[in-house]
Write a protein that binds this ligand. Structure first.
Ligand SMILES: Nc1ncnc2c1ncn2[C@@H]1O[C@H](COP(=O)(O)OP(=O)(O)OP(=O)(O)O)[C@@H](O)[C@H]1O
Length: 473
């Protein structure tokens, strides 16, 4: 393991094409930030993966976190970074972008790979879990929480049987100094605490102080691990909805199940799974974060250190049903997103620009006083910032029926509004996650959009923002 902890990675400002042949057309995978591409280093002929992100503070943070964790056998290596002005087709001007030169992971994503392995046994599941656990242990030992532990971010190096699996995508990773988040500052909490806290918060909105502390990002990583291990062992998720329409999102009945820790080990797939494997799942899917297993306990658990039975598992059977697997992945992704504590609190708006009727009134009175009590008609409140306006337009497209438009026109109007919102506010994690949840691919939606769900998610986002703006500073 090499340690980059004390070093800051300075992006090179020369053109990446001086040293690499980038294949702009071959896409290894696509995430919120766009496709990941293949490049060949001219001096050696070695191949790398190139992730291109717009040069923003969030991307710089991603690079710093990834750089600190890089060098571990189960973390995708980050070799170097370029800062280049790039203009992609369809863009009117070039933009400063950061290009991450990553270790090429050619063996596919975790669940996809397992869906093809018909001889997948509990012993394989334990070996896979150990590799993921070692990556998480490395991060947590550096006080970094990944906050986006999901199967799409666990990649195999190559297609050989011995291929290691490694963790990628540090887009949500952050230094976790164990800050206790209090409800007045966070619309989302660690799940299932997240759900309980939201409920309490709604009840207690009028009285601001809520004394009990909430938990840390690292325990969310452990919860995510629990869900991943459960799925590895049986092929379907531990918490699911009774309503088929919301199989990809967390609805009421599912919230209740998560909060109460209500899941089970259905006989058919689980009767042959060993007790130590179930013990790990129980200790990770433990509702109380203080009781939840830590990463140190996980890597020392007998299931990962002693002989594991070579029992065939049913998981590949479930995973090879593409629709099932996509639902499972989307659901886990939604779960991980809900657990994340947004980093908004530090970005409170200055009082002058807050759209708060009491403040506006106070400003008017002050202004009138300054102007020698000249009587003016009250000035209108300041217009909302462009990013708020853009999100409101998306909400309107989703929730206000426009009878005059046909289905195709409604879809176009929604796509235009979303594109504007993304342009104004792509650094907002909640906005981008809500869109990705609806299969937004950067320019359009891959699947049918659940406009009600999207509209409600964005309404909640703006509501959360208003709550923050109204906090006393
Ligand atoms: N080093 C790599 N080698 C091969 N494929 C990769 C590599 N890194 C990423 N990918 C592929 O690209 C996809 C997107 O990458 P990544 O998750 O880093 O991007 P993102 O835009 O941050 O995505 P997300 O939407 O998950 O936040 C991955 O799910 C994976 O399929």
């Amino acid at each position: 393991i090499t340690m980059n902890v004390d070093m800051k990675l300075e992006p090179k400002t020369t053109s990446i094409t001086d040293e690499y042949d980038v294949d702009w057309n071959q896409k290894l995978g696509t995430g919120i930030s766009g496709p990941v591409r293949v490049a060949t280093k001219r001096s050696t002929g070695d191949k790398y993966a190139i992730k291109v992100v717009v040069d923003r503070p969030k991307a710089q943070q991603e690079i710093q976190m990834h750089w600190m964790c890089s060098g571990h056998p189960h973390v995708v290596n980050l070799y170097e970074v370029y800062r280049n002005e790039l203009q992609f087709p369809g863009e009117s001007e070039s933009q400063s972008r950061l290009l991450l030169v990553l270790e090429l992971m050619d063996g596919g994503e975790l669940f996809f790979r397992i869906s093809k392995q018909h001889g997948f046994t509990e012993r394989h599941a334990a070996a896979t879990t150990m590799q993921i656990a070692l990556a998480v242990q490395h991060l947590h030992s550096l006080n970094i929480a990944h906050r986006d532990l999901k199967p799409e971010n666990l990649l195999y190096k190559d297609s050989s049987d011995e291929s290691p699996i490694k963790l990628c995508d540090f887009g949500f990773a952050k230094l976790d100094n164990g800050d206790l988040m209090t409800p007045q500052f966070t619309p989302y909490y660690v799940s299932p605490q997240v759900l309980e806290a939201q409920r309490r918060h709604r009840r207690e909105r009028s009285s601001v102080s809520v004394s009990s502390p909430y938990t840390y990002d690292k325990s969310c990583d452990m919860w995510s691990l629990g869900v991943i291990i459960y799925i590895l062992l049986c092929g379907y998720p531990p918490f699911y909805s009774e309503h088929p329409s919301s199989r990809r999102a967390i609805d009421r009945s599912m919230r209740r199940k998560i909060m109460n820790g209500t899941y089970n080990f259905p006989e058919r797939e689980w009767e042959r799974v060993s007790e130590p494997a179930k013990d790990i799942v129980r200790k990770l899917l433990c509702v109380d974060p203080h009781e939840r297993m830590s990463i140190e306990d996980l890597v020392q658990h007998p299931w990962l250190n002693e002989e594991v039975p070579d029992t065939l598992l049913q998981s590949p059977v479930f995973m090879s049903n593409k629709a099932n697997m996509q639902d499972t992945i989307a659901l886990h992704s939604s779960h991980v997103r809900n657990m994340r504590i947004p980093d908004r609190p530090s970005k409170l708006k200055p009082v002058e620009s807050a759209v708060n009727p009491i403040l506006v009134k106070r400003q008017q009175i002050m202004r009138q006083g300054e102007e020698g009590r000249k009587m003016h008609s009250p000035s209108p409140p300041p217009p909302p910032p462009p990013y708020i306006k853009a999100v409101r337009d998306v909400i309107a497209c989703c929730l206000i029926p426009k009878i005059s438009l046909n289905t195709e026109e409604k879809k176009t109007a929604l796509i235009d509004a979303v594109a504007r919102a993304v342009k104004e506010w792509s650094e907002n994690e909640e906005l981008m996650s809500a869109l990705k949840e609806q299969s937004w691919n950067g320019t359009s939606f891959n699947d049918e959009v659940n406009t009600y769900e999207l509209g409600c998610a964005l309404k909640a986002l703006l509501k959360g923002l208003a709550l923050l703006e109204h906090q006393p500073r």
